[in-house]
Design a protein around this ligand. Structure first.
Ligand SMILES: Cc1cc2nc3c(=O)[nH]c(=O)nc-3n(C[C@H](O)[C@H](O)[C@H](O)COP(=O)(O)OP(=O)(O)OC[C@H]3O[C@@H](n4cnc5c(N)ncnc54)[C@H](O)[C@@H]3O)c2cc1C
Length: 430
């Protein structure tokens, strides 16, 4: 069977694949996208928090009405059920309806000439050669680059047998709001206006959250945890909370899945292959957020390939620009999952977890604390010597990981040594 020559074949059209298809086709690359499900059903089927700056950075319009809402509403992060908290204002996180965003990206890809095929099965990839059964016939392409955007459990083209690290079991649902007054009273009892975000952290211990919002006459609930640490899954946390609140009714939509929290792959582009999104472990580990990171990576991929760069050159740019911060967050998340209830409360009340650190973490940027915030944090840590003893080495490790990614090797031959050094810097953290 003869193979059609194209620039890119993208396998998996969730957000990562859809973004890559849209941004690469927009730059004039010949793109084929193949998806196992139907196109209206691909990728995440729930609401995700995504920072608005990411859309602007990627040259994408910000989500409009029907796709995005609640941009920048104050975010109340309580230590367990409170009262200690950090209130984050002046941020640009927005709630995004993932089916609408994915559809927008797929439509943009098609408008720019991408060929998108759904219900594909028996996808086989060898180098740049891709074969898939679509309907009753088998198609074949020879691509300059094949993008694995097939998620955590997909093709594993570059991941192979590598362990994705701890998994966050997350669930997000919209539910009927049965009694708005009782809901407002619940928010008021926690000192939160009912049009703002109420987030209980460490709600089931360690790395676990429960996040509640009222919007459009519905209740939006997100919960997540790492079951391997002995906590109930996000879905169980969510269902237990909904069952104990009489103002919350039946589930209207949403979904549940695991999110990889470990370090991203040390190589996301080599030869003719690239990995994007969950397939590459491209997740901001502190809160298990993948969308912002995969949009940024898809944008960089489009830029690199349209400038004539190779998969390896794209990989090197991404490792140097983005991966160091993601790895630093892996170390930060590992510390956060070890916090006791008292430490979590003390961190929030003492200013160690100040507003600019919380804001930067929420919107996936590096924190730049003011001098007074830094002094408050240091004074707070001085009052918690046992936490300080654990935290200071983690802060040093975070900086070292960032610096190490800036020294990403020029050639693939340097990768094994660089990767060994990266493993040593993690010091057993996963
Ligand atoms: C409940 C929940 C809440 C979350 N909240 C947030 C949040 O607030 N903010 C945030 O940024 N992130 C959040 N995340 C994480 C985010 O949703 C994921 O990181 C993201 O959806 C992963 O996108 P992806 O395109 O890489 O993979 P996927 O969404 O898994 O898409 C992969 C696609 O590939 C297709 N596929 C698989 N195998 C094949 C194959 N062999 N051939 C063809 N197609 C294939 C699949 O059908 C699928 O459509 C959350 C996750 C969950 C579960």
């Amino acid at each position: 069977m003869s193979a059609e020559q194209v620039d890119l074949v993208i396998v998996g059209l969730g957000t990562a694949g859809a973004a890559a298809a849209a941004l690469c086709a927009e730059r004039g690359l010949r793109v084929v996208g193949i998806e196992r499900r139907s196109l209206g059903e691909s990728g995440a089927r729930w609401v995700n928090g995504v920072p608005r700056w990411v859309f602007a950075h990627c040259g994408l319009a910000s989500p409009g009405p029907g796709e995005g809402h609640a941009c920048g509403v104050p975010f109340h992060m309580l230590a367990q059920r409170g009262p200690e908290r950090s209130v984050i204002t002046g941020h640009d996180l927005m709630e995004v309806e993932m089916p609408a965003l994915t559809q927008r990206l797929l439509s943009k890809a098609e408008r720019h000439g991408a060929l998108l095929l759904d219900q594909a099965s028996e996808v086989k990839v060898q180098g740049g050669d891709v074969q898939a059964l679509v309907g009753t016939s088998t198609s074949r392409w020879q691509a300059k680059v094949v993008v694995d955007a097939s998620g955590l459990k997909g093709l594993k083209l570059l991941r192979g047998q590598q362990d994705p690290g701890p998994l966050c079991a997350a669930a997000q649902q919209k539910r009927a709001l049965l009694d708005p007054q009782a809901a407002a009273a619940f928010f008021a009892a926690h000192g939160v206006p009912s049009d703002q975000t109420l987030c209980f952290t460490g709600v089931a211990g360690g790395y676990s959250i429960l996040n509640v919002q009222l919007h459009g006459g519905k209740v939006s609930i997100l919960a997540g945890s790492v079951p391997a640490l002995g906590h109930p899954s996000g879905l169980k946390i969510l269902e237990a909370f909904a069952a104990e609140q009489p103002w919350i009714g039946e589930q209207l939509d949403g979904g549940a899945r695991v999110v990889p929290l470990g370090a991203p792959l040390a190589c996301i582009g080599q030869g003719q292959q690239v990995a994007l999104g969950d397939a590459a472990g491209m997740v901001f580990s502190a809160h298990g957020s993948g969308i912002g990171q995969q949009l940024l990576a898809a944008h960089l991929l489009a830029q690199s390939l349209s400038e004539g760069q190779s998969a390896w050159q794209f990989n090197r740019r991404w490792q140097r620009e983005r991966a160091g911060s993601l790895c630093a967050m892996v170390a930060f998340r590992a510390l956060s999952q070890s916090l006791s209830e008292e430490e979590l409360r003390a961190m929030m009340s003492s200013g160690v977890m100040g507003e600019s650190l919380s804001r930067a973490t929420l919107v996936q940027q590096d924190p730049v604390p003011s001098a007074s915030e830094a002094i408050t944090a240091v004074q707070g840590l001085a009052r918690m010597p046992s936490l300080a003893k654990r935290m200071v080495p983690v802060l040093a490790r975070m900086q070292a990981l960032k610096a190490h990614h800036k020294r990403y090797p020029k050639e693939p031959a340097g990768l094994p040594r660089w990767e060994r050094q990266r493993r040593a810097l993690f010091g057993g953290i996963t």
